[in-house]
Write a protein that binds this ligand. Structure first.
Ligand code: NAD
Ligand code: UDP
Length: 404
């Protein structure tokens, strides 16, 4: 529990506030709720259509924070209770979104509605009621790097000016409209512009967060176990699923794309600083990522294969990875961000943030031999053990062929 002496970065006492958290039942929301309950005196009005990932914070009623968290099962598309909750709160945090790449080109309308249209009333209610908002956008608003348009062996490809992504400087570079992958990035960009304009014209107090591949427990789902068997989650869950089923990991278009990964608990520290330091966070767009944790998707697959083999004591498959075209894996209209390195100057200056967990540090857990069913928990990967399944249930589910 929080002590009364908590102070912000400028030494001022932090007053308890009420937060309306929309999308609180998702991956990031569940970690943020945990942090707020365990370490702060703030209250959370948790809004989502699901609450499986925060059930452990809601029940039993004897939990020490039970008077500080309330769950509201609301679909923000069509529920008049939303404005009332935003009015009751000091701060609204909007996390609600469709945000798995497999949906962007196959469900572009749902993607655009979820990331732009459904966010509109949230921004409007905050602006009209003079409430502060922290809105979750994405690193995908940068799209592709300038460098990727240079010839493969061009020396400028090595110049950070051609690939490091800066909030106040880098352009947003998307593919053509028929590449529907960009429906998500484009919707997120437009809602960012709207929030920014509300700030400029109507004085809305806002912070925009651009996460760069945050990873950890409870991320997404394992197809056929705690999610639809035909569903395609983000890469960590895809690879975990392949490893558990002893299938080769699928490298989309050869796995050459690069990503920087950050551990969810590091990233949540940064969000808490934004919440508790409004004078430093308002009016800013923040990249939140770890520029030192860059790997190609192929390297990520190799690391995960090695680690899994150690943990499970099963030898790696003879063919541990296979290449697959993006068209075959995601369908028509997929396109990719080539490289994502966040510039962290603004967030360092405003909030003094540096991240500690390197990718290789995640992997040191494995030197000590961990039972197969705990793989996800220890690697901080999104495995069903984290969503309450027993090891037996996982083993059974994995040994069954996937339902079509
Ligand atoms: P998530 O899918 O786990 O969580 C989103 C939550 O929003 C889900 O629980 C979902 O049920 C809820 N939601 C969606 N539509 C809703 C609606 N109409 N009404 C009520 N609830 C609704 O995703 P996440 O990884 O926790 O991401 C949260 C936010 O961060 C998203 O806006 C996403 O675009 C952004 N983001 C995350 C990452 C990352 O690395 N995880 C990267 C870039 C951007
Ligand atoms: N990817 C892959 N195999 C998979 C799933 C994803 O090669 O089984 C690739 C995907 O094409 C992209 C990267 O991994 O280049 C990261 O994908 P993710 O779904 O995590 O989301 P993104 O970072 O693109 O938003």
């Amino acid at each position: 529990m929080a002590s009364a002496a908590r102070v912000d970065l400028d030494g001022n006492p932090i007053k308890p506030i009420t937060i309306c958290m929309i999308g609180a039942g998702g991956f990031i929301g569940s970690h943020l709720c945990e942090k707020l309950m365990a370490e702060t005196p703030h209250k959370v009005l948790a809004v989502d259509v699901y609450n499986d990932k925060i059930k452990h914070l809601l029940e039993p009623a004897s939990l020490p924070w039970s008077d500080r968290i309330q769950f509201h099962r609301i679909n923000i598309k069509n529920d008049s209770r939303l404005e009332g909750l935003i009015k009751m709160a000091d701060l609204t945090i909007n996390l609600a979104a469709i945000c798995t790449p497999a949906d962007y080109n196959t469900r572009p309308l749902d993607t655009i509605y979820s990331n732009f249209i459904d966010a509109l009333p949230v921004v409007k209610y905050c602006s009209e009621n003079n409430k502060r908002i922290i809105h979750f956008s994405t690193c995908e608003v940068y799209g592709k790097t300038i460098g990727c348009f240079l010839p493969k062996d061009h020396p400028l490809r090595l110049d950070p000016a051609y690939f490091v992504l800066k909030e106040d400087d880098s352009p947003c570079i998307f593919g053509p409209i028929e590449k529907q992958r960009w429906s998500y990035a484009c919707a997120k960009q437009l809602i960012e512009r709207l929030i920014y304009a509300e700030g400029a014209e109507n004085g809305l107090e806002f912070t925009i967060v651009r996460p760069f591949n945050w990873i950890g427990p409870r991320m997404d789902f394992i197809p056929g176990i705690d999610g639809p068997s035909e569903g395609v989650p983000r890469v960590l869950a895809c690879f975990s699923n392949n490893l558990l089923r002893r299938e080769p990991l699928k490298l989309v278009d050869g796995g050459q794309s690069q990503r920087t990964f950050v551990y969810i608990k590091d990233a949540i520290e940064a969000v808490l600083l934004m919440i508790e330091n409004p004078a430093r966070a308002n009016g800013h767009i923040f990249n939140v990522g770890n520029p030192n944790n860059e790997v190609t998707v192929r390297q990520l697959a190799e690391m995960m294969t090695q680690v899994y083999s150690k943990v499970s004591t099963e030898p790696p498959l003879e063919v541990p990875t296979i290449d697959i075209s993006s068209k075959e894996f995601y369908g028509e209209g997929y396109d990719d961000s080539d490289k994502r390195i966040p510039d962290m100057t603004i967030i360092n200056r405003q909030l003094g943030i540096t991240f500690s967990h390197s990718l290789s540090k995640f992997f040191t857990f494995f030197r000590v031999g961990i039972p197969r069913h705990r793989f996800g928990t220890c690697l901080n990967l999104p495995l069903p053990i984290n969503t309450g399944h027993t090891p037996e249930a996982i083993k059974q589910a994995i040994s069954k062929p996937l339902a079509s």
